[in-house]
Design a protein around this ligand. Structure first.
Ligand code: PMP
Length: 376
């Protein structure tokens, strides 16, 4: 099997699974219980939180556990808008966000918030002038994805923060960093809120993080026994212990992993660029881990299932529904054909050169077969 869909999700690392297994077996208490088993679980949770906060360079109280980035995005966007309703109702987001952000924006619009979309350059970078011009005295939140999940475009988060805060220091800056963590360095000093999903970094599914700067006030969107608690309910201690391990491992050797992945990416681009009617959609600002291209004459689902015959697994656009346009490719190229024929190859430090050689052989066989069928 050759897995090339690492941006959709990653296989869990066995080291991380060991942490989960150990915590599940040895820490059975509810951390909210007063007895010694509860205290033991609470201590494990606190030490995991301490480790995560040190790894991410933030305070322990600034880490909230969620079920994944979708939930983190909901808590961040809705929580900020509800908490700041008296200040304004205007939100700015980029055109290269994850669909979960647009789903939340649609909900907020129904409630009377006004959502505006910041333009980008032809390579996908946020247009700084447009961002500046669209900021209003009533703007309460700007949300810009650090690394786009379809095209891999990486935004200059520090510069974007400077522009936002210069215009209005009270505006809250959120970034969805789900595709950034473990691939590029992330600096939480550049943002007020940030979302993460641990299954993207070789951790278990079902746990995410929301970084919330201590100065930021969020209105709760979930309610439970403790009024102060933004994420009420029993903490998932084994998942939290596993998250700490996954984050620690994911931050090791970032440069070396990126250099290796870039070579694999370049090899694929070199070979597929020779083929007729294949266009690469990733731009010069895309991280090498995510390679997006359009096979202009082939339906992505047909191609993906044909590759599956060789036990090779790649991705389509994030929406994944057959016949749907890739929102990011459409935003960047405004070309329906290109946006309806995208495939995404996402690479890992676990990918080998041999896998890429075999992938390219199979790619060419399948491509030539399906492309010739289209000619008939
Ligand atoms: N944001 C980005 C950038 C993502 O890539 C994803 C996962 N595709 C999400 C949010 C949602 O993550 P989850 O499905 O784990 O909630």
């Amino acid at each position: 099997m050759i897995y090339l869909d690492y941006s959709a999700t990653t296989p869990i690392s066995f080291d991380v699974l060991d942490s989960y297994d150990k915590a599940s077996k040895e820490f059975i208490g509810n951390p909210n219980s007063l007895h010694s088993l509860g205290v033991k679980s609470k201590e494990l949770m606190n030490s995991a939180t301490k480790q995560i906060s040190e790894l991410l360079g933030v305070q322990e109280s600034e880490i909230l556990y969620t079920s994944g980035a979708t939930e983190s995005n909901n808590m961040a966007l809705i929580g900020t808008c509800f908490a700041n309703q008296k200040k304004g109702n205007h939100i700015l987001v980029s055109k290269l966000e994850h669909p979960s952000i647009y789903g939340i924006c649609a909900y907020l619009e129904k409630l009377g918030f006004e959502v505006e979309y910041v333009n980008h350059t032809e390579d996908g970078l946020v247009d700084f002038e447009d961002l500046k011009n669209k900021m209003r005295p009533t703007t309460v939140l700007v949300s810009i994805c650090s690394v786009n999940s379809e095209l891999g475009v990486r935004q200059p988060i520090k510069t974007i923060r400077q522009i936002i805060k210069k215009e209005n220091p009270n505006v809250i800056f959120h970034s969805d960093m789900t595709q950034a963590l473990g691939k590029i360095p992330v600096n939480l000093k550049d943002v007020d809120l940030a979302s993460f999903s641990i299954h993207k970094i070789y951790g278990p599914k079902g746990i995410g993080l929301l970084y919330k700067n201590r100065e930021v006030r969020l209105a709760p969107i979930l309610f439970g026994s403790n009024k102060e608690d933004l994420k009420p309910g029993t903490p998932a201690v084994p998942l939290i212990a596993a998250a700490a391990k996954a984050i620690r491992l994911s931050l090791q050797d970032l440069d070396r992993k990126e250099t290796f992945i870039r070579k694999l990416n370049e090899k694929i681009v070199e070979e597929v660029s020779i083929l007729n009617d294949v266009v690469v959609n990733s731009t010069k600002y895309s991280i090498p881990h995510i390679l997006n291209m359009s096979l202009l004459n082939i339906r992505p689902e047909t191609f993906i299932h044909a590759l599956e015959e060789y036990e090779i697994y790649i991705g389509t656009n994030t929406a994944c529904a057959s016949g749907e346009l890739s929102a990011s490719v459409m935003a960047l190229y405004e070309d329906k054909k290109r946006a309806s024929t995208t495939i995404r190859i996402s690479l890992s430090y676990l990918t080998t050169s041999e896998e890429i050689t075999r992938f390219l052989n199979c790619f060419q066989i399948v491509y030539k077969k399906l492309n010739s069928l289209m000619d008939d």
